[in-house]
Design a binder for this molecule. Structure first.
Ligand SMILES: [Zn+2]
Length: 51
């Protein structure tokens, strides 16, 4: 059984967890920050990795 390293991306504005992604091993220790569309906010917002 391989452990999948999943990261959840949450909208920084409304804190909705809109996306899941795979954590890159090279990015260990660093939080992902991506600009993605948030359906709750109705616009593109900054999404940060959360557990
Ligand atoms: Zn949002």
């Amino acid at each position: 059984m391989a452990k999948e390293d999943k990261a959840i991306l949450a909208c920084e504005v409304c804190l909705c967890r809109n996306y899941t992604t795979h954590r890159s091993k090279k990015n260990n220790g660093k939080r992902l920050e991506l600009r993605k569309y948030c359906p709750h906010c109705g616009k593109v917002t900054l999404h940060k990795e959360t557990k």
